[in-house]
Design a protein around this ligand. Structure first.
Ligand SMILES: CC(C)(COP(=O)(O)OP(=O)(O)OC[C@H]1O[C@@H](n2cnc3c(N)ncnc32)[C@H](O)[C@@H]1OP(=O)(O)O)[C@@H](O)C(=O)NCCC(=O)NCCS
Length: 161
């Protein structure tokens, strides 16, 4: 069943729900301190999805300057999607897509990012489908990236054309 949801900028009143979603949906967990720090530094790149005023999903991003994920030997200003998750009962309703759209259409232009990148497990088919839908491409693989030994794909999207 489709649900009406809204997407809002994260504020500190959402912290406990975001932590709960992070811990229940992903093996990569973040501390309250880390999440609040990210929000302090990049408040316009952190969104929550709400249903009836309850947080059902979030996306957290930071801006980095470093080696381009796309162009060899170039330095780029990059949006790094650190974490995205939607509570299982609310999946396949367009919430993940709405959260990524906010980052690509609102946050990254605001922060003048030239590209966007993220890490994803090769086994995470839902996420791979989602990212490919936006045009993210697999740029490289980092062996044993995750604590449990799984590799990561680095996927990136060029925002400049
Ligand atoms: C990945 C995740 C955020 C997707 O959220 P979602 O709200 O279900 O995604 P959406 O409903 O917006 O789906 C958007 C698109 O993603 C793809 N997709 C999402 N789930 C999919 C699935 N189970 N099977 C196939 N494609 C899927 C589809 O292309 C879908 O578009 P469509 O519905 O028009 O076909 C969600 O599955 C999740 O929280 N997973 C656990 C946490 C996680 O793995 N995060 C990513 C870490 S890198």
């Amino acid at each position: 069943m489709k649900q009406n949801f809204t997407v809002k900028q994260f504020d500190e009143s959402h912290i406990n729900e975001v932590i709960h979603i992070n811990w229940t949906c992903l093996p990569e967990h973040y501390t309250k301190y880390f999440i609040l720090k990210i929000n302090q530094r990049f408040p316009k790149a952190f969104f929550v999805a709400l249903v009836d005023n309850n947080v059902v999903g979030y996306i957290m991003c930071r801006i980095e300057t470093g080696l381009s994920s796309i162009k060899k030997f170039s330095i780029a200003r990059k949006g790094h999607i650190i974490s995205i998750a939607v509570i299982p009962n609310y999946r396949r309703m367009g919430i993940g897509e709405a959260l990524i759209s906010k980052i690509l259409e609102v946050s990254l232009p605001t922060y003048k990012a030239e590209e966007c990148f993220l890490e994803v497990r090769p086994s995470n088919e839902e996420a791979l489908y989602l990212y490919r839908k936006f045009g993210f491409e697999q740029m490289k693989i980092i062996n044993r990236y995750y604590r449990d030994g799984e590799s990561a794909y680095i996927m990136a999207l060029n925002l400049q054309n």
